[in-house]
Every structure is written in C-alpha cells, then in structure tokens.
Design a protein around this ligand. Structure first.
Ligand code: UD1
Ligand code: CA
Length: 455
C-alpha cells in the first residue's frame, strides 16, 4: 500500500540571497531549484505532495503550476515564516493520520530520488534522518548523540555550545516521520532559541523517548548541499554542470574542457559531435552526427542535422539547421529560422523568421528577415531585406537560382523572380522578372576639371 506523503518546504524568504525572488525559484542549470526537488518527489510516487509556500507565494505557485501542468499539488500557505517546524505544521490537513511523511527542503536541489528511496527502504515506524560528515559544517544543524551513540537531538548552528561547534556530523534536512507522531507532537515545538523560530529539527529530540531514530549516512556530500546564499548557488551550479558534462562525455560527446561548457536544458547528440570551449546550450538542443560547435557559441532551442559546423561566436535561437551546413563565425539566428541542406551562412549575418533553401550562400554582413529564400541563391555582402515599414513586417521572396549583388536593399513586400540577377547596390522596390538582370542605380558621373581644395 502506498502510504507516503511528501512535504516540501519552500516558504522561506531566503534573506541571505539578497533578492526579491523567493530563494527556491533561483535557478540551477536555468531551472528553478524547487523544480528539481519536485521532480525528485514525483519519482517516488507518493500519495500526496504538499508544498508550503509563503514569500512571493502567488508567483511561486504560478511558476510551479506552469512547470508541472499535469500535477495536482496540495498547496499550504505559511503567512509568516516562523520556522521550518511551523512550516510543517501548516501542512497538517494534507497529511493522513496513518502512513509516513518524507520532508524535503526546497533549497537542496541536487538530492536524487535514489538517496531518498534508501531512506524509505529502511523505514519501520521510526524516524529516519539523513546525515553526512563534512569538513566545514558551519551553518548546518549538528547531530548530537547520546553515550550509546544513538541520535539524541539536532542543534542548530546558531544554538551550538562552543565544543559542539566541532561536530562534523550534520543534518542534511531530509527526514521521514510517522504521520501519527507528527500529528501528536507538532504542537509541542517552541521557539525558545537564538532565532526565535519553530525548528522542525526539534521534532527529532522530541522523538528520542518514544521512537527509534535512525541516522542514514550518505557520503555523497555534494548532492546534499543546501543553497542559502549566492556563493552556495554558484557552487551548486558548478557541481551540477560538472555532473552533466561527465554524463555527456561518458555517452560519447567530445567536450574540449568540461569546466568551460554550460548546459541549461536538454541536449541530445549523435556520433562524433564536438563542443569547443565557452559554449552555452540552452533549452532543447539536438545535434545530429558529426556536428562541431566551435568556441564561444550560444545555442538555445536549436535542432541541427548531420555534418554541420557552427563556427566560433555564433548565437542561434529557436532555429533548425539541416545537414552539411556551415554557419558563422559570428552568425546570429534570431528565432524561426530554417536553413536547409548544404547552405552557408557567414560572418555578421543576422537572420530572423526566414527559410533558406538548400545550397544557398549568405556569406557576409547581411540582414535577412521575414524572407523565403530559394535553392542555389547567392546573396552578396551587405544585402538587406528591408522588412519593416515602420508599422508592418513585410515578406521578401527570393526565388531559386537568384544572385543578389552586394549592397542591395530589398524593400519588402517584394518577390525576386527565379534566376534573377540583381546588380550590386540596387534598391529593389518592385517584383523582378525571372531570368533577367535588374538593377536600380543612379548613373555614375565624373566632374571634369575638379581640383582638390587648398587648405
Ligand atoms: C535547515 C535545518 C538545518 C540543516 C539545513 C540543511 C532547520 C531549523 N534547520 O537550516 O538543521 O542543517 O537546513 O540544509 O530546519 N522554510 C519555510 N518556512 C520557514 C522557514 C524555512 O518554508 O518559516 C523553508 C525554506 O524555504 C527552505 C527550508 O525551509 O527551503 C530550509 O530553511 P532554511 O532557513 O534554509 O534552513 P537552514 O538554516 O538552511
Ligand atoms: Ca537552507
């Protein structure tokens, strides 16, 4: 029978973050910390997930409901943040009388469901706490043991006596209690401590006389770190990034330097892909086979086919690049761009909301927006589709086989007919016929007898 309730504490202000955003909405790998904790909770298949919210509560609720549209969480408001024990008290009506409750903190994002499952596995109507020994225990609650080495209580960092400060066994902030014990004892918590808060950790001391307290030790301290300030946030970001990089390397992605790659979403890749230094891959990034991403590229929601090179310093968003293409260096694709097979987009080319068909070249210094560009088109240096008339965005169609001379302005809406040749420097405002040379260019004049002015 599934008798597991989960409580996630996420109401705290996070004073030490010095931020207007609630702490648990700060991000690791571009995902809110609380999202990781909820995903982990869902993996355990509990009968209920109870989230305590408070500071910026409506924002928090809407962000999380948006991220998990198919789940029903029990939301419990904690109007005043009077401590973790008080936060648990706010969830009582979501916890049945029978069964067990696993309590998680929303600011410990890297905990995996495997560690929590091992806590559940040893539960036997007792109290389970997850502990760890760390070199620098400052800030954490410490595990105090009796003379028989049984767990006696947890003392918060601020409330420690001088010699307790040296205890390296810490409370990681994960517990299982029998629901019955919570219901009967939660009202006994007091706020008689340095922070005048109702500590959840005091429930452990209260259990000492009634229940077995089992401390499960976990050596993987990196997964158990909490985030209370920006320094810890950065530390956990780096741990997270290093874990992802290792996973990608182990599954066959070549990464030049694991410390100079940031993954902020999901990446899939085929054989023989390589990522050079200082790249950021965000959202959903799909790489086919034999894709090289050179240094300093940013890819956000991008699908790339096979045998593609993205040269250095390219910035590509919400776009799709087919096979055998070479993009960059310094190329920018700014959403809704589709580049077909064997095309070449060169340096300082910006493309937006456009389709570029196969074997087409746009090699230097161009802006292509709201355009449909055919196959085998050659767009010269400095060509601009003038898509905006101050009010509307207008469409440019450049049909197959056309050649657009350098420095041309294509004023949309306009269609360049198949196999057109547009003379360099033209301003094209009317549709051009297929298979013809069109140019609009003022006549070149030479002023005879001109003399250089004397200074
Ligand atoms: C807590 C533990 C400490 C442990 C550490 C592990 C307590 C009293 N202390 O300390 O023993 O070593 O975590 O990381 O529990 N929250 C609420 N409402 C409140 C206060 C906090 O929902 O009124 C939430 C916070 O949003 C946060 C979590 O509870 O997600 C933990 O609170 P925090 O203030 O960060 O506790 P720590 O000082 O880290
Ligand atoms: Ca904390």
């Amino acid at each position: 029978m599934n008798d597991l309730d989960i409580v996630i504490l996420a109401a705290g202000i996070g004073k030490r973050m010095n931020s207007n955003t609630p702490k648990v909405l700060h991000k690791i790998g571009n995902k809110h910390m609380l999202q990781y904790v909820i995903e982990t909770a869902l993996n355990l298949n509990p009968r209920s997930i109870n989230i305590v919210y408070g500071f910026c509560g409506e924002l928090l609720k809407s962000v999380i409901n948006g991220a998990f549209p198919n789940n029903n969480f029990n939301w419990h408001v904690q109007e005043l943040q009077l401590g973790t024990g008080h936060a648990l008290k706010c969830t009582l009506n979501g916890l049945q009388n029978k069964g067990k409750t696993l309590i998680l903190y929303g600011d410990v994002p890297l905990i995996g469901s495997d560690i929590l499952q091992s806590m559940i596995n040893i539960y036997n109507n007792n109290v389970i706490i997850l502990v760890s020994k760390i070199d620098n225990p400052d800030g954490y609650g410490r595990i105090i043991r009796d003379t028989k080495n049984n767990v006696l209580k947890i003392v918060e960092d601020k409330d420690l006596d001088y010699d307790q400060k040296f205890i390296q066994e810490i409370n990681t902030g994960f517990y299982i209690f029998p629901n019955e014990f919570i219901h009967t004892n939660i009202n006994q918590l007091t706020n008689n401590n340095k922070q005048s808060e109702y500590y959840l950790t005091d429930l452990v001391g209260l259990a000492y006389n009634y229940l077995e307290i089992k401390a499960l030790e976990n050596g993987n301290t990196l997964k158990l770190l909490g985030v209370n300030d920006k320094e810890q946030l950065e530390k956990i970001e780096r741990i997270y990034q290093s874990e992802i990089a290792i996973k990608l390397l182990k599954t066959g992605l070549s990464i030049i330097d694991r410390n100079r790659l940031d993954i902020r979403g999901d990446v899939t890749f085929g054989k023989d892909c390589l990522i050079d230094i200082n790249c950021i891959l965000e959202g959903s990034v799909e790489l086919g086979c034999n894709v090289t991403i050179e240094a300093n590229c940013i890819l956000r929601n991008v699908r790339i086919g096979n045998n593609v090179v993205i040269k250095a310093f390219s910035y590509i968003e919400d776009s799709c690049i087919d096979n055998e293409c070479v993009i960059g260096p310094f190329a920018r694709m700014r959403s809704d761009v589709h580049i077909s097979n064997n095309s070449r987009i060169g340096n300082f080319v910006e493309i937006k909301k456009s389709t570029i068909n196969q074997n087409t070249k746009i090699n230097h210094l161009s802006y292509i927006g709201d355009a449909q560009v055919g196959e085998n088109v050659n767009i010269g240096a400095g060509v601009i589709t003038c898509n905006y008339d101050g009010k509307n965005k207008n469409k440019t169609v450049i049909e197959d086989g056309s050649f657009i001379g350098s420095g041309s302005m294509i004023v949309a809406p306009v269609t360049i007919g198949e196999n057109s040749l547009i003379g360099a420097g033209s301003v094209i405002t009317l549709n051009t016929p297929s298979n013809e040379l069109t140019l609009s260019r003022s006549k070149q004049v030479t002023i005879k007898g001109w003399k250089k002015r004397k200074k």
